[in-house]
Design a binder for this molecule. Structure first.
Ligand SMILES: Cc1cc2nc3c(=O)[nH]c(=O)nc-3n(C[C@H](O)[C@H](O)[C@H](O)COP(=O)(O)OP(=O)(O)OC[C@H]3O[C@@H](n4cnc5c(N)ncnc54)[C@H](O)[C@@H]3O)c2cc1C
Length: 404
């Protein structure tokens, strides 16, 4: 979408092809996410992406509306995010809030007493301080956003192809004997697309390739048939399975319920207005579930999540589980942040992946930023250089504190 918008300004006449292996998006993180958008991050880049995305979503019909098509309603619920911090994490939360305010975010710090006054259904024991977003936070329907982007992109002349990208043919293939030393850089000449039920690859010549394969971005590079030496450092993005559970609790927090991030890492939010809730919790590293499939471990809810929910919101003791699904976090094992921008060795490969659980809300901003890099050769609207490959090359993680 953004490439076509920027092309319109510069009249390049570029052809844009989106390759998607699953037109139903059955495993795409986007549609399996919680739909949350928040301003409460610890990195200026993440805050700025959220601020841009909020304004984009607020004016979505100006960006993504298509003449003679129904207007877009992303069902935005501006209910805010509420982060709870224990004594141990209080200073970190307060530092984050200082930065957020410097970035223009409206966020309140609440003492336990203020917290109890505002949200009487919370048990404030062991909460030292809380931060509550006063505007531009909440959740929306991810499907609607995905479809709106897709519909608009197609209307602007973007091509789409159903198939799996399985390989890159690079200039290294022209010059290197298979067993020879790796060149220090190369360009991708063709991508190989595998179409279901076909025995052949479809080669597509390309000037620029953007790897936006989400949780599979690292795997795609690994298996693309590119000489090993050109893949250093490896892209540290892996699929990590995360569960979302749904429950009913007529006596629960009700309409005042924001997107709550507990001191334990458990999180929940309201789902509609009929006493339903959604929530989850990332497991500790050593308990990561097997990512081979998207089956749900219901014991995880019973044994791990529910006790935390009931401790924080006593009314949740009597909740009734309704259902669950699993999706993949596009997990960057290096520093849990997106990797954006040009690959250090494959000169015409750009990355936009690895957002580690906060990529839905950053999609409008990340898309614009990467499109600017491609079309204008530099970031203009948002400077996301620090989210580039350099940090991987230099071994300098750019940590985001507020990863859920
Ligand atoms: C349970 C859960 C809750 C979340 N909650 C939130 C939230 O509240 N807020 C938020 O901002 N983010 C959230 N996220 C994270 C967010 O969903 C992701 O960061 C974001 O959707 C990533 O978008 P993407 O387009 O990069 O990846 P995806 O949406 O996964 O899209 C990648 C696409 O690439 C396709 N693909 C992969 N490999 C190939 C290939 N070789 N060839 C062709 N196609 C390929 C896949 O089929 C897929 O459709 C959550 C994620 C999960 C799992």
């Amino acid at each position: 979408y953004w490439l076509k918008v920027l092309e319109g300004q510069q009249r390049h006449g570029m052809k844009v092809l989106v390759v998607e292996r699953d037109p139903t998006y059955s495993q795409a993180s986007t549609v399996l996410s919680m739909g949350g958008i928040r301003q409460q991050f610890s990195l200026p880049e993440n805050i700025r992406m959220s601020r841009f995305s909020t304004s984009f979503l607020r004016n979505i019909n100006e960006y993504l509306g298509v003449p003679n098509e129904p207007p877009i309603d992303i069902q935005y619920q501006p209910s805010g995010y509420l982060f709870l911090a224990s004594q141990q994490r209080a200073a970190g939360l307060e530092a984050n809030v200082r930065l957020q305010r410097e970035e223009g975010v409206q966020v309140a710090l609440l003492s336990p007493t203020q917290l109890k006054e505002k949200f009487p259904w919370i048990d404030t024991e062991d909460v030292a301080v809380a931060s509550y977003g006063l505007e531009d936070e909440g959740w929306f329907d991810p499907w609607t956003l995905l479809n709106a982007f897709r519909r608009k992109a197609m209307s602007l002349g973007v091509y789409s192809c159903t198939g799996e990208v399985r390989g890159f043919v690079t200039t290294a293939d022209d010059i290197m004997p298979p067993q020879g030393p790796s060149p220090s850089s190369a360009r991708i000449k063709y991508i190989h697309i595998h179409k279901q039920d076909s025995l052949e690859y479809q080669p597509v010549a390309c000037a620029i390739v953007v790897n936006a394969a989400g949780a599979w971005a690292g795997n795609l590079l690994e298996l693309a048939g590119v000489p090993r030496g050109l893949l250093q450092p490896p892209l540290p993005i892996q699929p990590r399975k995360r569960y979302v559970f749904s429950w009913h609790c007529p006596d629960g927090p009700g309409l005042s319920c924001p997107f709550v991030i507990d001191t334990t890492g458990a999180y929940f939010r309201r789902d509609g207005i009929a006493g339903n809730y959604l929530g989850g919790m990332s497991p500790p590293e050593e308990d990561e579930p097997d990512p081979d499939d998207l089956s749900v471990d219901h014991d995880y809810f019973q044994e791990r999540l529910w006790p935390q929910l009931a401790r924080r919101v006593p009314a949740f003791e009597s909740l009734r589980p309704r259902g669950a699904w699993a999706g993949y976090y596009d997990y960057n094992t290096f520093d849990q942040n997106g990797v954006l921008g040009p690959h250090p060795k494959l000169e015409n490969l750009f990355l936009a992946a690895g957002f580690s659980g906060h990529g839905l809300q950053h999609a409008p901003a990340a898309g614009l930023a990467v499109a600017e890099l491609l079309v204008k050769g530099q970031y203009e609207s948002l400077d996301l250089q620090r989210l580039g490959w350099r940090r991987l090359l230099e071994g300098e993680p750019l940590k985001e504190d507020a990863v859920v």
